[in-house]
Design a protein. Structure first.
Length: 240
């Protein structure tokens, strides 16, 4: 299988990997030379080892920019989304992250169901997986787009929006900077993080699928979560 999969690479000696630096649970640090550190880079390195090639990380600030740069990578590690699947073949997910809302002090919004109402404005990072999900599913509330996670949070702190959409662990940290703010309990979705290939690379996708399935089954994914200090924030993907 690895020989056929290597033939799907642009360079048969190197696995080019698209990495989203905007997900602070999957990329927790960077080395002095810029090499990303975290669960996602480690999973990419595991795939490269299975292929018998070196790994080259191509890093981008947001997942949308990873998708835009499809010609620069052989695989990418971002969240599964139907819109992205128009140009990317996704494998089964290996980790997941719950998503909810942060509301400011004094907000009348008490539960997730309260947010999708006429007149409610939701701050959300443009083209994040949960932005794409909310774009498909919200019926009444209005999405107000910011640039990246930090930029959207700064916009939200300035006022004008009723809720901030995001990943629960990040919102819990954001809440510490906004006295009286609350993270709404529950979730509107779980963001499934996966590995994607370009269309028309069946052998490469099959090998990646096997590496991911083995890593989930043998405890490697959980060990990487523990290793990088994101236990309780990032979870091994489930079927729910």
């Amino acid at each position: 299988m690895s020989g056929e999969a290597v033939a799907d690479l642009e360079d048969p000696s190197t696995l080019r990997v698209g990495i989203n630096l905007g997900n602070m649970l999957l990329v927790t640090d960077r080395k002095a030379d810029g090499t990303p550190v975290g669960v996602a880079p480690d999973m990419a390195a595991r795939i490269a080892k299975a292929l018998g090639v070196s790994v080259d990380y191509n890093c981008f600030p947001t997942p949308g920019e990873v998708g835009d740069a499809i010609e620069t990578w052989d695989i990418c590690l971002i969240a599964i989304e139907p819109k992205r699947a128009e140009i990317i073949d996704f494998c089964e997910p290996y980790v997941q992250i719950e998503a909810t809302y942060l509301v400011p002090a004094g907000s009348p919004l008490q539960k997730i169901e309260d947010v999708d109402k006429p007149g409610v404005k939701i701050a959300v990072p443009a083209r994040a997986a949960y932005d794409l999900y909310l774009t498909r599913t919200l019926k009444h509330a209005e999405l107000i787009h910011g640039q990246g996670l930090p930029g959207t949070f700064e916009m939200f702190k300035q006022g004008g929006q009723d809720a901030l959409a995001g990943l629960t662990p990040a919102l819990l940290e954001n809440a510490k900077e906004m006295p009286g703010s609350r993270v709404l309990p529950g979730r509107y979705t779980s963001i499934k993080q996966s590995v994607g290939t370009k269309h028309g690379k069946p052998a490469l996708k099959a090998l990646v699928e096997k590496v991911l399935a083995d890593a989930v089954a043998d405890g490697t994914v959980q060990s990487l979560i523990d290793k990088h200090g994101v236990t309780g924030k990032l979870a091994v993907a489930t079927d729910d």
